[in-house]
Design a protein around this ligand. Structure first.
Ligand code: MG
Length: 250
């Protein structure tokens, strides 16, 4: 099942994406809802971010091949950081290059959307707290990340958290192919089976630090092959079973 959030005639709704149609959902996708028989064509609506998170939690190094490539030791526990919700950007939205950065990078990541409040849960139980998966691009001002030492500025600019286009349910989050395409050329290609920490371990770990709420988004780290975004680029994050998140670099 693919859930989308969209705007049509100045009102926002959830919908169920089926082929090129979006069936309007009545109610709250995190509680009770009904799929109606009313639908729009995908080209008739504006796709919004698929949820409105209270926070976006990101994981640092989380792919074994990427650790090997960068000669980094495998971390003993996940490294987490936050992006503000003001950085959220929808499918087809434009990433804005900050004046204070000379180097902005893409990072294709699997996003997990939390479905119900999660506090101090165990890894095996964590999967039942995940509503579904989305595509995430952890856009990063690499020069500022290196300069500052800590990551808040580099990761937090407005438009630096594109995610979408949908929340896809019923997937095995620990075995999904993930790719990043820059102007149609593959730049990152991996599978979440190369995760250092799997989805359950990640959600469990974070839930022992902060309560996760419905709609919160977790970005699970990027595989090897990161690189720069330049003005005019079209960047796509493609994840098996989810679809393609496409954004334009202004
Ligand atoms: Mg990242």
């Amino acid at each position: 099942m693919k859930l989308v959030r969209f705007r049509k005639d100045n009102s926002c709704s959830y919908g169920l994406l089926e082929d090129e149609k979006v069936k309007v959902i009545y109610g709250d996708i995190f509680k009770d809802y009904q799929v109606t028989n009313c639908y729009y064509g995908i080209t008739e609506i504006e796709v919004l971010t698929p949820c409105l998170p209270s926070k976006i939690v990101c994981i640092g190094l989380n792919y074994k091949a990427h650790a090997k490539e960068t000669n980094m030791a495998l971390p003993k526990e996940p490294l987490i950081f936050l992006k503000p919700t003001t950085a959220a950007l929808a499918h087809k939205g434009s990433i804005i290059k900050p004046v204070m950065s000379d180097r902005v990078d893409y990072e294709a990541e699997l996003g997990l959307v939390i479905g119900k409040p999660a506090k101090e849960i165990e890894p095996e139980a964590a999967y039942s707290y995940i509503l579904g998966a989305t595509c995430f691009n952890d856009v990063t001002a690499r020069d500022l990340q290196n300069k500052d030492g800590q990551w808040t500025r580099a990761k937090s600019f407005d438009t630096f958290a594109p995610f979408g286009p949908c929340i896809a349910t019923g997937l095995n989050y620990d075995n999904l192919s993930i790719e990043l395409l820059l102007n149609g050329k593959i730049k990152q290609k991996s599978n979440t089976s190369d995760f250092i920490f799997n989805a359950g371990q990640i959600v469990s770990f974070i839930s022992h630090v902060m309560q996760l709420n419905p709609g919160d988004v977790i970005a699970t780290g990027t595989p090897s092959g990161i690189g720069a975004l330049n003005s005019g680029d079209i960047v796509q994050v493609k994840i098996e079973g989810v679809g393609v998140l496409e954004n334009y670099m202004l």
